[in-house]
Design a protein around this ligand. Structure first.
Ligand code: KIV
Length: 289
């Protein structure tokens, strides 16, 4: 296992044209495996609201939930750069609240940085966090916390106006001091253009190969989310099916009596067993008298 990944390493990756790898984790065992697999960035995404808690959107996720999950992930991460997602309404109300809440993700959760959704309008908040020493990753394009306003999980930046707006958003976040920007669900050519137009790394999700790195929701990649699989996901495993088969096999074994067998049971020395039987016999005899 190499040295801990720093902001400097991420920036150098962009400058050297080396792709940055990022995935989400919400618990200790997944974090451990991602870290051992050599992931550059691990994101405790508010996507946990959907893929772990089963909500219809990320909006019900609270800061307390994010702090708890970030703590669990932190225990499994030694090398990767760890980002905690700021949940809905934890940074939009005021700069003061944004600072207090971001600080909790770092101080209590153990994150190395935070992520916030939004473009130019979020630049003053990003700047205010950076000013007090909190590293911030931006997130533009399809921003799930604004899903109602965006009219659903739709590709963004498809008109000239919308594309120019995204380019402007990316530049504003860069000027505000963000160290990186997630580009979600935007046309590949536009994401490539944005990536070339700014000096900080872009991390794409549904944004094509021209980004400086890629991120996916781990449950999507593993086949562990039942509701839908976005077009941009590549499935690397069918863990959901594997788990289902294991649960059914366990159910069958319990019902048939083949589990637990001797290998899965504890033994008692014969002498202890015989002494126990004798004790019970004399106890019975006393009751009869
Ligand atoms: O919450 C999340 O998992 C995210 C990623 C999709 C980038 O924001």
């Amino acid at each position: 296992m190499g040295e801990k990944i720093t902001l400097h390493d991420l920036q150098s990756r962009k400058e050297r044209g080396e792709k940055i790898t990022m995935l989400t984790a919400y618990d200790y065992p997944t974090a451990l495996l991602l870290d051992q697999a050599g992931m550059d960035i691990i994101l405790v995404g508010d996507s946990l609201g959907m893929v772990v808690y089963g909500f219809d959107s990320t909006l019900p996720v609270t800061l307390d939930m994010m702090v708890m999950h970030t703590q669990a992930v932190r225990r499994g991460v030694k090398r990767a750069f760890l980002i905690g997602d700021m949940p809905f309404m934890s940074y939009q109300i005021s700069i003061e609240e944004a600072r207090r809440n971001a600080a909790r993700l770092l101080a209590e959760g153990g994150a190395d940085a935070v992520k916030v959704e939004g473009g130019r309008h979020m630049a003053p908040t990003v700047q205010a966090l950076v000013e007090i020493g909190i590293a911030v990753q931006g997130h533009i394009g399809l921003t799930p916390q604004s899903i109602s306003a965006l009219g659903g999980f739709k590709t963004q930046g498809k008109s000239v106006e919308a594309a120019c707006q995204l380019l402007d958003d990316a530049r504003a976040l860069e000027s505000a001091g963000a160290f990186s920007i997630v580009l979600e669900a935007i046309p590949a050519r536009l994401a490539g253009l944005i990536s070339q137009s700014i000096s900080i790394p872009t991390i794409g999700i549904g944004a094509g190969a021209g980004c400086d790195g890629q991120v996916l929701v781990t449950h999507d990649l593993l086949g562990l989310f039942d509701r839908f699989t976005p077009k941009f996901v590549r499935r690397y495993a069918e863990i959901g099916k594997t788990m289902q088969a294991a649960f059914e096999a366990y159910r069958d074994d319990v019902q048939s009596g083949s589990f637990p067998d001797e290998k899965c049971s504890f033994t008692m020395p014969e002498a202890v067993w015989e002494a126990l039987e004798a004790a019970l016999r004399s106890d019975d005899a006393r009751h009869v008298r």
